[in-house]
Design a protein around this ligand. Structure first.
Ligand code: RB5
Length: 155
């Protein structure tokens, strides 16, 4: 199924973002680039890009998101502040597969300074191609939703 995928990065992740966007444009998926621009010469703040992509995943404008910073960690922390967002930082094939199969991650976070860039594009494909396992994993995601409702994240 063709997805609308938002992609964002800070200064540390902009080259890898471009590489991933180019790879995705060769697939059936529709890519929406949320910046930062590849020719940006200054440092920017990863929470701005995480919020832009994650809010549109949360409100349903995007089916999925990809966020790239130095480690992926800051993007993950910021993106997970949005209701319904399940952002996961992955670094190898197992974590990329599990992020979808067990956690149904709707945002993939990658570290441009921690992961080989060609490998990172393969991790994106693996995450997209892996089906969600459902069943007991859905029951656990339902519990996360319930946590959101009990905390400020759900409001
Ligand atoms: C920027 O230097 C760096 O802190 C950022 O890209 C990211 O790794 C944060 O999690």
């Amino acid at each position: 199924m063709a997805l609308t995928i938002g992609i964002g990065a800070d200064h540390a992740g902009k080259e890898l973002k471009q590489l991933i966007a180019e790879m995705l444009r060769l697939t059936e998926h529709h890519v929406v680039d949320y910046g930062v621009a590849a020719d940006c010469k200054t440092s920017v703040d990863y929470p701005d890009y995480a919020a832009a992509v994650a809010s549109d995943v949360s409100n349903g404008k995007l089916d999925a998101g990809i966020l790239v910073c130095g480690t992926g960690i800051g993007m993950q922390i910021a993106a997970n502040k949005f209701p319904g967002v399940r952002a996961a930082t992955v670094w190898d094939e197992f974590s990329a597969k599990m992020a979808k199969e067990h956690n149904n991650a709707n945002i993939l976070c990658l570290g441009a300074r921690t992961t080989n860039h060609m490998r990172a594009t393969e991790l994106v494909k693996l995450w997209l191609d892996t089906p969600f396992g459902g069943s007991r994993h859905q029951a656990r995601l339902d519990k996360i939703r319930e946590v959101e409702r009990r905390t400020s994240v759900g409001h």
